[in-house]
Write a protein that binds this ligand. Sequence first.
Ligand SMILES: Nc1ncnc2c1ncn2[C@@H]1O[C@H](COP(=O)(O)OP(=O)(O)OP(=O)(O)O)[C@@H](O)[C@H]1O
Ligand SMILES: [Mg+2]
Length: 243
Amino acid sequence: MLEIKGINKSFGFGRRKIHVLKGVDLEMKEGEMVALMGPSGCGKSTLLNIIGGLLAADEGGIDLKGVKYGKSSPSNVVDVRRSSVGWIFQDFHLLNHLTAKENVVFALELSGTQTSEAEERAVKALTRVGLADRMGYSPDELSGGQQQRVAIARAIAGDRPLILADEPTGNLDVASGQDILNLFKELCHDSENPISLLMVTHDPNLASQADRMLLMRDGKTEASDIRAAWGDEVADEMESEEE
Ligand SMILES: Nc1ncnc2c1ncn2[C@@H]1O[C@H](COP(=O)(O)OP(=O)(O)OP(=O)(O)O)[C@@H](O)[C@H]1O
Ligand SMILES: [Mg+2]
């Protein structure tokens, strides 16, 4: 579904130039939930921005369900942003003056969906994330976890093949973070209409629940497990918690 080859990206010039991504290769299958980890500043958000068509890579290519881009300038990948990729952010990015339902409808309308169809899809998506009884609430009447569910509904309502989530549980307490992760698992492993999710997280416990973990190191992504990513101490601790 997603194939990424040899992505390179630098910022700055001359002596201040930093080479952030140094040949990232990555593949994802439909319905897969992949966790991307790595230290602060290693380039995780940069990679997501390139996959999401918000930033051009210097080198390399992306094939998302047959749509090819990567080095293209953002102005040439409008379709990727409009219909291929959905976003979920740490701080939800909801509009406070709109209800939950209106937030989802508005996003669909922006990407060109007719109002009546947008409303139908919004109700479906909000029901899918467990908010059927909260559609008329505004974000400040909802808990953090519920607000993130609205954002998830917004991301999946347009039937986009790939959802990118940049630290989606970063602003949530442990229990709400786990709830969101359980919802992601359900959505990815839904046999009828699976979503595919690439999620950045700093939480080893959540990352280990994904189908696959990737660690970004030296500008590349590599397959990882808990021990490789956090060392034996964290792994031992997590295992003893599970017992
Ligand atoms: N537009 C930009 N101009 C210059 N440098 C940038 C730009 N965007 C990112 N960088 C630099 O690229 C590096 C990678 O940044 P990025 O935001 O991708 O890291 P990250 O892995 O998401 O970190 P964090 O875990 O803290 O969110 C950093 O050194 C950052 O300063
Ligand atoms: Mg980041």
